[in-house]
Write a protein that binds this ligand. Structure first.
Ligand code: CMP
Length: 141
């Protein structure tokens, strides 16, 4: 087990329904600590830039519309095996396939409006964290 940082987004569907506190509690209960956090509202272009890897996928337009439809909470989570643990706590991308007790099973409305995003590898985590945060904004212990 190694101490890692990962990028987490609480998506517009969850922020709108005031689920931010409940979702953060789910991370903290499993040992992930918030070391950076802010609430922001992306433009469609900024959402497209963040999800650039999906630009050619059929859901890209809908994803960018949704991610710019309201405020999001972006945060850096730190903990042992944080990248994998964050993904376990979120559950499968498709809420129908997510395990009971996961964020997406409990709260997601659809595959697009799926309440949370998390980095999928250490390289992606580095890139995604630096997309939203400068070094000075991340708490160092
Ligand atoms: P996320 O983990 O943020 O990464 C890309 C997002 O695209 C994903 O969650 C979903 O919200 C959205 N999405 C919509 N349709 C699909 C699909 N068919 N496959 C993967 N991701 C999808």
């Amino acid at each position: 087990m190694s101490l890692e940082k990962t990028l987490s987004i609480i998506k517009p569907d969850a922020v709108k329904r005031d689920l931010t506190g409940k979702i953060i509690a789910m991370f903290e209960e499993k040992g992930l600590r918030v070391v950076a956090q802010k609430k922001i509202w992306l433009s469609k272009e900024q959402a497209g830039s963040f999800y650039d890897v999906h630009r050619d996928r059929p859901f890209f337009g809908e994803l960018c519309e949704f991610m710019s439809s309201g405020p999001i909470v972006v945060q850096v989570l730190e903990g042992n095996s944080a990248i994998e643990l964050n993904r376990e706590i979120m559950g499968a991308t498709n809420p129908d396939q997510a395990e009971p007790g996961t964020i997406r099973k409990e709260f997601a409305l659809s595959m697009t409006e799926n309440s949370a995003h998390g980095s999928d590898s250490s390289e992606t985590a580095r890139e995604e964290i630096s997309f939203f945060f400068s070094g000075l904004e991340i708490l160092q212990f």
